[in-house]
Design a protein around this ligand. Structure first.
Ligand code: NAD
Length: 386
């Protein structure tokens, strides 16, 4: 258990865009608990169970930004992810977490980047020894098309920050030499951003944390593929009642998430599911259902064919907890990126595909087996510099 602390004495500092959200506030509580009771947190980290040599100590500091004025404790109560029994003993500590206001929406991208960069310098000064990592946990945004050929000055002049609120955080992190995790479904990995990251030696990974239904989809699709069983159709339904679910009722905000949840199946299987029907038979539906709060429920109907094309079917009913699945992965990714930053890697890190619905970078691993193998290789690279 304590091996996580032995490997590196520098604390991890997770800088969170959207610090009072459901996932972020769960990360903040987990980070507060980890020093006191590592046994409540550490066994649930993928980086501790299998990758104990990965860098950074067990000490995790958090800081960040949010557009809400409420306190972090108010936010924790609002999301209802954790019972007071879990977080109450840490209330004073949680209220000390430095959370700065989001930049003024009406200001341009450059001004926003400058404000966030200043905040990052301040956070770094609070603990100069810590390894900072930016984790983007903003809501799913409307982001539409952005010309791939755009250069930084044009980006500053032309980007609509309402559609791309994440860009200011990502750019500020890159300019401050801070690795970036894009846990959201939002597009931020544009060529101009990746070029800046490479130029400044900063690693970046994303997109869209793969936490529940899609994680099991990758596992099941990889297993069916390995057995040469042919998927004929896959219907996935999600009901959830948290703020993320409410936001995803806006079709503009949901489109990125739905694309990320849908596209990966054909990529894993290597054929277009539903081709013989002339339409994709991989359907993903997300529905906001308030009674569920953060306790999301997912159903999957998987129709597939075996020998002689004879049909078979599987049902999966996953009663999960959105933020309880997401928060440890956000911590895992921050730990990975701190360790990867120390290796001198920069730009996109496709080897972290295990953690994402839409792994960004060149030739990301697609099947479950490939994703596990990629992590093991990456761990070896990280271990060599520790
Ligand atoms: N929970 C999961 O399993 C999961 C899985 C994959 C991806 N995600 C993604 O993670 C992100 C966070 O999810 P969540 O459930 O915590 O969402 P949430 O809506 O609870 O939290 C978002 C937070 O961002 C804040 N915010 C909004 N605009 C801001 C701005 N410009 N600057 C700073 N803060 C701002 C909000 O006030 C809120 O506190 C979403 O994009 C979601 O789609 C979640």
């Amino acid at each position: 258990m304590k091996s996580i602390e032995r490997s590196n004495s520098r604390p991890l500092m997770i800088l969170i865009a959207g610090a009072k959200g459901a996932v972020a506030s769960t990360v903040a509580v987990a980070a507060s608990v980890i020093n006191d009771c590592p046994e409540l947190i550490v066994p649930y980290l993928t980086t501790a169970n299998n990758l104990s040599t990965l860098g950074t100590s067990g000490t995790i500091l958090t800081a960040g930004w949010d557009s809400q004025n409420s306190t972090l404790v108010d936010a924790i109560c609002h999301h209802g992810v954790l019972s007071p029994q879990i977080w109450k003993p840490y209330e004073a500590q949680l209220l000390q977490i430095p959370i700065r206001p989001a930049p003024d929406k009406s200001s341009g991208l450059k001004t926003q980047v400058e404000k966030i960069s200043k905040d990052i310098s301040h956070f770094k000064s609070l603990n100069p020894d810590a390894l900072p990592v930016m984790v983007n946990l903003l809501p799913a945004a409307l982001n539409t098309f952005l010309d791939d050929t755009i250069e930084l000055p044009d980006l500053y002049d032309n980007v609509d920050t309402e559609k791309f609120p994440d860009l200011a955080y990502v750019l500020a992190a890159i300019f401050s030499g801070v690795p970036v995790v894009n846990f959201t479904p939002n597009s931020v990995e544009f060529p101009v951003i990746c070029r800046e990251a490479e130029k400044r030696g900063v690693p970046i990974c994303g997109r869209d944390g793969k936490t529940g239904q899609t994680y099991l989809k990758v596992v099941m699709a990889s297993a069916l593929k390995a057995r040469s069983l042919k998927v004929d159709g896959w219907y996935s339904l999600n009901i959830l009642g948290n703020d993320d679910g409410k936001n995803l009722m806006n079709p503009g905000c949901a489109s990125g998430k739905l694309a990320n949840k849908t596209e990966l199946l054909d990529d894993i299987l290597g054929y277009a599911v539903g081709e013989k029907y002339g339409t994709s038979t991989h359907k993903v539906v997300i529905d906001y259902y308030p009674p569920r709060g953060d306790a999301k429920e997912a159903w999957d109907v998987i129709d597939f064919n075996g020998l002689f094309g004879l049909p078979m079917s599987i049902r999966i009913n996953f009663l999960c907890r959105d933020s309880i699945l997401a928060a440890p992965l956000a911590i895992d990714l921050a730990r990975w990126m701190a360790a990867i930053g120390l290796t001198g890697r920069s730009g996109l890190i496709p080897e972290l595909g295990f953690y994402f619905k839409k792994p960004m970078g060149i030739n990301p691993p697609l099947t479950f087996e490939q994703q596990i193998r990629a992590l093991q290789k990456l761990e070896n690279e990280c271990r060599q510099v520790q």
